[in-house]
Write a protein that binds this ligand. Sequence first.
Ligand code: HEC
Ligand code: HEC
Ligand code: HEC
Ligand code: HEC
Ligand code: HEC
Ligand code: HEC
Ligand code: HEC
Ligand code: HEC
Length: 448
Amino acid sequence: MKTLIVMLLITPGLMAALPAESTEPNAATLPSLPGARTNLGITETARGCIECHNEHNPGLVGDWAASRHAHSRVTCIDCHRAGPADSDINQDHLQYDKTPVSAIVSTRDCSRCHPAEAAEYDRSKHARTLDIIWQIDPWLRDGMNNTIERVTGCDHCHGSVVKPDADGRLDANVWPNVGVGRLNPDGSRGSCSSCHTRHKFSIAEARKPGACGQCHLGPDHPQIEIYDESKHGAIYQAQGDEWNWEVAAGVWTPQVHYRSPTCSVCHMSAINGLASTHDVTERLAWETQAPLTIRPGEFAPLPAKNDWRLEREKMFKVCLACHSKTWTQGHFDQFDAAVVNYNEVYYKPMKRLIDELYEKKLLSKEKNLDERLEIEMYELWHHEGRRARFGAAMMAPDYAWWHGFYELKKRCMEIEEQTARLIESGKPATVHKVKGADGPTTKPTLDN
Ligand code: HEC
Ligand code: HEC
Ligand code: HEC
Ligand code: HEC
Ligand code: HEC
Ligand code: HEC
Ligand code: HEC
Ligand code: HEC
């Protein structure tokens, strides 16, 4: 039988799992290092999991072995053991091991050892996004897309409702999934591996912009593209490889460990006297993703409890770690003026035109997104309107102008022309039978 030796290295923080026989598939990819002590503090049962899985999924075990968890003797069982009452016990697995296990590791499971991170995450928009999108999104509420379009799209970013069947099996409509707002079988929300991929669960990975850019990209929320074209991003690309990404939260310090901010620095990390947070809703003074920009406290689906002025002060403090007051104030004055410009010059006048068409019954209110003008109005705020605001917020002039305000001007011409044509003809707009528009219109829960 092949045995696995878990080695504790002299270098702190580094562990490697090495199979005794070099015929193991992962032997070549794991470094062979001297000074090993065997199986320090790892129980028999845990060793069983590690050994057998090292044969079946060596890549997975290698990741775990290289993690801080392995170094701290946090093993497979600490995360995967299921309680007797859990609905997600993998019944098929009892043939391999008598310890009941579940593939799902919820935010509640992680919270046993990381209560502060879990509590902050739970109150953020990330964890609450399923409630939000089912309150406001026409694709879902009007059933304008179907299940597979949601499963392969929305759900991988926003999260699925993970409901096992009676045998603890998970069907392909809900699993695999690590969306930020996933609803877990134990009722907890979210998935920590949205940003800390298993089984390394690395702090360094989460601090790099790519961890956020998996979801924060594309025509409607191009934060990663915006970051890449900002000076901050250019410095990260030029020098990021030399920075120290591994230091613990709270002591990761500008100039000592890095020179320009990443998403994590501005939105999450401790800096300049600010505490670190897993609540990404902190430090924000606007809802710049909304059709009409409003304050976070005015966002009806999830009104923020904090005062936006205090949150702005926090973000301001982030900048002061590296910039002067005048420079920072200048940036926020520009950003706030761009927000007002979008609201007043573009959004409100176009919204008035569209509302008039609804009143005159030239547009139908029955469903959203099945008439050309509804799509035009949607893209106005959801695509270029967001890009203009995000570009101004995060120092990306190309997004503020070419992908933003310039496109807004064009979109307004289109809306005005189509509106004039409808009014002239007096005939209601064509209502399209949108393809694939047969998705369920009730919010999924753990019970339905
Ligand atoms: C004797 C071999 C063996 C042992 C011991 C073993 N497993 Fe497994 N385990 C498997 C196999 C085989 C699978 C099925 C893998 C697959 O679906 O490809 C599996 C599946 C799993 C899954 C679910 C994967 C999924 O996607 O549904 C988890 C989680 C898991 N094992 C954890 C553990 C833990 C924790 C232990 C120790 C308590 C353990 N295993 C012990 C062989 C083993
Ligand atoms: C720190 C917690 C943690 C530890 C320790 C841990 N896992 Fe996992 N594991 C997870 C998470 C999180 C997932 C993703 C499931 C989810 O999203 O709920 C996962 C998924 C899995 C899966 C299924 C996914 C896949 O990629 O096939 C298997 C199998 C698995 N783990 C086995 C193991 C084994 C074996 C060990 C020990 C070597 C281990 N895990 C240690 C948290 C952990
Ligand atoms: C049984 C306790 C335990 C559980 C359960 C647990 N952790 Fe940990 N975790 C630890 C310990 C101990 C450390 C090491 C702390 C240190 O180095 O200061 C750690 C460190 C971490 C780190 C920092 C890693 C780094 O690179 O510095 C992350 C991220 C993390 N855990 C995420 C998770 C996630 C996500 C889960 C659930 C999937 C989880 N943990 C479950 C105990 C646990
Ligand atoms: C690539 C990942 C991704 C996909 C796919 C995706 N979204 Fe999103 N969605 C996001 C991100 C990221 C945001 C945050 C935008 C921001 O604040 O800048 C968001 C924001 C939203 C919002 C606005 C929430 C608010 O607070 O105002 C709604 C509603 C929404 N998405 C619904 C959906 C629906 C429905 C689908 C599928 C039809 C979908 N999304 C597909 C990542 C995604
Ligand atoms: C939105 C992405 C994201 C999600 C989701 C996320 N984290 Fe983190 N996490 C980060 C970032 C970024 C850092 C580094 C923060 C810093 O520099 O202070 C971090 C740091 C950590 C640390 C290290 C803290 C320390 O004291 O060293 C732990 C532990 C951790 N996260 C656990 C979790 C747990 C548990 C969850 C789920 C409840 C989770 N994270 C969900 C992004 C995330
Ligand atoms: C798995 C996908 C995913 C990842 C990874 C992710 N996000 Fe998000 N994020 C979302 C979605 C979806 C939303 C929109 C939630 C809503 O408004 O309903 C969002 C919203 C946000 C918001 C707006 C919050 C608010 O209150 O308006 C911020 C800020 C944010 N994310 C920052 C980050 C940062 C920083 C990271 C990386 C450390 C990150 N996100 C990683 C999916 C993701
Ligand atoms: C230099 C600091 C900085 C960096 C780096 C940064 N952001 Fe931002 N971000 C901001 C500021 C400032 C705002 C506007 C805050 C406000 O509402 O006043 C913002 C706004 C946002 C929003 C819109 C939130 C909303 O609902 O209105 C999201 C989402 C977001 N950032 C995600 C990211 C992601 C993802 C990255 C990395 C790819 C990133 N940010 C990098 C400073 C930064
Ligand atoms: C960790 C340090 C650090 C933090 C934190 C930081 N910046 Fe910067 N920032 C830099 C560096 C370095 C440059 C490049 C300076 C140069 O242009 O020579 C820069 C450049 C800029 C620029 C110039 C952009 C351009 O296109 O010329 C602006 C504006 C800016 N930062 C605003 C901010 C704001 C606003 C915040 C807070 C939300 C912030 N920065 C946070 C380090 C930082």
